[in-house]
Write a protein that binds this ligand. Structure first.
Ligand SMILES: NS(=O)(=O)c1c(F)c(F)c(S(=O)(=O)CCO)c(N[C@H]2CCCc3ccccc32)c1F
Ligand SMILES: [Zn+2]
Length: 263
């Protein structure tokens, strides 16, 4: 089993001991700040295929002890990237009820409340995510920064199920819906860079697309995310709250982040 965590002796400083790539190059997440950004006019809006999943389909939502992740339909894919990438799963990163600053990427040093990741693999070159996840061109992850605002009915289609996946390895079925509803309206404005998985094994295999515009969820929805789940199994005598499951930003030497928008 994956013996790593976000706190204590198995926390992120210890990851490289068991997972050497975590101490390697091209690590994510990073801070987006002015002097590493470069406008690139070739960065087109992403095109989503099959994201509007009928409610007759069902997604499996599971607490894997590190995050809450939802398996997606293999009919979902993205075009306008160097290859066609097929959706695998989405998951979230967040803080805690006293410090709602749990995003992984930051903008000019600012954390957002939480961050949604939609993980895809290069289905043109690799048969499945396991074959793709350690290849330089293997994965593409979309990231949405979340901040406080009005109640968000689209995110609620996932959040309403958190009470059924409170403990590690619990799962529940979520009726299909249009996953594009989880994205901001400006799909043409994003940050793009080559980075890594932000959890062990930290493979430098991810083409990151972080949308510029945050999406709003309500204070109550954020509190549910921050308080509903545990890293431990339901019968564990020492329950561990699933909070602060974000990696700190990594050094970003001599590299650029390409942006599809003008400042
Ligand atoms: N932030 S991140 O880098 O996007 C990111 C996570 F943060 C994250 F927690 C996960 S995990 O939930 O699978 C728990 C740890 O692997 C993943 N899984 C990916 C990569 C690892 C293997 C795998 C296999 C099938 C589907 C997805 C994935 C992940 F990519
Ligand atoms: Zn993630």
């Amino acid at each position: 089993g994956s013996k790593w965590s976000y706190i204590g002796p198995d926390g992120e400083k210890a990851w490289p001991k068991k997972y050497p790539f975590c101490g390697g190059v091209f690590q994510s997440p990073i801070d987006f700040h002015k002097d590493i950004l470069q406008y690139d006019s070739n960065l087109l809006p992403l095109e989503f295929i099959g994201y509007n999943v009928p409610s007759t389909d069902q997604f499996t939502l599971i607490n894997n002890g590190h995050s809450v992740k939802m398996y997606l339909s293999p009919a979902m894919s993205i075009r306008n990237l160097p290859f066609e990438y097929t959706a695998s799963q989405l998951h979230l990163h967040w803080g805690n009820r006293n410090k709602s600053e749990g995003s992984e990427h930051t903008i000019s040093g600012k954390h957002f409340a939480a961050e949604l990741h939609i993980v895809h693999y290069n289905s043109e070159k690799y048969p499945d995510i396991t074959a793709a996840m350690d290849k330089a061109d293997g994965l593409a992850v979309l990231a949405v920064l979340l901040e406080i605002g009005p109640f968000n009915p689209s995110y609620e289609k996932i959040f309403r199920h958190f009470w059924n996946v409170k403990y590690k390895d619990q799962k529940v079925l979520v009726p299909g819906f249009n996953i594009q509803e989880l994205l901001p309206d400006r799909l043409d404005e994003y940050y793009r860079y080559k980075g890594s998985l932000t959890t062990p094994p930290c493979y430098p295999s991810v083409l990151w697309t972080v949308f510029r515009k945050p999406v709003k969820i309500s204070q109550e929805q954020l509190l549910a995310l921050e308080t509903a789940m545990y890293c431990t199994e339901s019968d564990d005598p020492e329950p561990l709250e699933m909070v602060d499951n974000f990696r700190n930003v990594q050094e970003f030497h001599e590299r650029l982040v390409f942006i599809s928008f003008h400042e």
